[in-house]
Design a binder for this molecule. Sequence first.
Ligand code: FDP
Length: 339
Amino acid sequence: MDHAADAMRTDLMTITRHVLNEQSRFPEARGDLTILLNNIVLGCKFVCSSVSKAGLAKLIGLAGETNVQGEEQKKLDVLSNHVFINALVSSGRTNVLVSEENEEAIFVESSKRGRYCVVFDPLDGSSNIDCGVSIGTIFGIYMLKEGASGTVEDVLQPGTAMLAAGYCMYGSSCTLVLSTGAGVNGFTLDPSLGEFILTHPNIKIPKKGKIYSVNEGNAKHWDGPTTKYVENAKFPKDGSSPKSLRYIGSMVADVHRTLLYGGIFMYPGDKKSPKGKLRVLYEVFPMSFLVEQAGGQSFTGKQRALELVPAHIHDRSPIFLGSSDDVEEIKALYAAESA
Ligand code: FDP
């Protein structure tokens, strides 16, 4: 890369400009999705700033204690949830919201209601906050069906009905990865401009990867196909090199690496938790949407993940996602088992 030329760049593709460009592909679009995405971007910037200050707040003795106004410091996941709910509701474009942090769906009051439903995990991987490991926000967007009045049924739709999905990773840099259904693009926050700039255009996941990513501590409880897949990754029978294991334990970071480097990320069902751990609406669906849009595959052990129809807003599902050839391998193992 020519760094001097890069530093001189004056024609930046910001996320807002990118979304407006996408919108112009649909002459009938009224700009509602653009406004909604803008508010999500604002939420991501706010949370990014709070996450980066979290260590400092602790250092100076604020976290979990009272601040100068005498108010109790909110935990980061609670704070992030409030930030996103406010950003989504104030966009005036949302109707039903589902957050990982709220047991029930949130129905937006009539004066602020719009046509979109948003499912989100405001701060995924929160067990990693205190040690500074990358964490993130995950979101998926649906449009209300024609004539729908905004009930919980409007979000209990298959992932194939999702219009857009994305995540923002709060790591060594703040990266927002977005798909509105025409490929996947990655944007990095330029703190000096306060803008997300297109840095990873048209992300395509490698067809086959060299990495597998799973919590091997659960191996004792795995089913046959998962056990065989991992055995084969370590001791390949075809003479190829073994795969490397990478597991951060923070879904956004593990999926981000999988999108960029290829390989497979799995959170399988097992004897202890047949449905796995990850939530269908705001973890499995948005990540599967992005992986498919980048040319990969996503599988539950039984079916294409995006074709699941959740019965409840916090349903869980096993998930295997990543490079097409790697997911094909686990699909073949499940098929062989049920034959
Ligand atoms: P966390 O419990 O830290 O919030 O679903 C949440 C999640 O993290 C994912 O981000 C992550 O992939 C997974 O759980 C990690 O689970 P294990 O600790 O069981 O591996």
